[in-house]
Write a protein that binds this ligand. Structure first.
Ligand SMILES: C[S@@+](CC[C@H](N)C(=O)[O-])C[C@H]1O[C@@H](n2cnc3c(N)ncnc32)[C@H](O)[C@@H]1O
Length: 159
């Protein structure tokens, strides 16, 4: 199953939106700390994230810890970045890819940019700086799940 990794998140509402997205799509989430807010299970529950039971969250205390964990998993790291060269719809995803999104205030540092196996961009109009990080995650995960045939199979068509 593809995974979503969130790099040092700044804004709780964005993380909440991404966790809900991941819960609905069945995508596991990696949170790479430090975050600008308390990302403990207890605190996330306190903020009313009642869908937390449906998402698998792995917390990594640092970028280095995340990279050590990833070395064992052998998954590719695919960075979503406004400095990416490859349009996200042109990239060929694998079922165990990890999609990494950067922090709201600063994206990712250069060493993280370099460590990624691929860098992808959602093309935007000239002069536009960036998309909201949760919107980015939703668009890219949609393409990843479509390409890899990993969308959940709905048990019912009711809303
Ligand atoms: C608000 S943006 C960060 C903006 C930050 N000032 C920067 O220079 O990277 C937060 C994250 O959303 C993702 N993102 C936003 N727009 C994107 C786009 N058009 N293509 C790919 N990723 C994007 C990236 O992962 C980025 O690190």
């Amino acid at each position: 199953m593809p995974r979503l990794a969130i790099f040092q998140p700044d804004i709780p509402q964005n993380t909440g939106t991404m966790l809900r997205l991941a819960a609905c799509l069945g995508v596991p989430v990696d949170i790479i700390e430090p975050a600008a807010f308390d990302v403990s299970d207890r605190n996330l529950r306190r903020s009313g994230m009642d869908y937390l039971n449906s998402v698998t969250i792995t917390r990594h205390i640092s970028w280095r810890a995340f990279e050590e964990w990833r070395r064992d998993s052998k998954s590719r790291l695919v960075l979503a970045t406004t400095k990416g060269a490859m349009p996200y719809t042109d990239f060929q995803y694998q079922p165990d890819d990890i999609i990494l999104v950067g922090r709201e205030s600063a994206g990712v540092p250069d060493d993280v940019h370099v460590a990624a196996d691929a860098r992808i961009i959602i093309p935007m109009q000239t002069g536009m700086r960036s998309l909201n990080v949760a919107v980015t995650a939703a668009m890219i995960l949609g393409e990843v799940l479509r390409q890899t045939g990993s969308f959940p199979i709905p048990s019912s068509t009711e809303a």
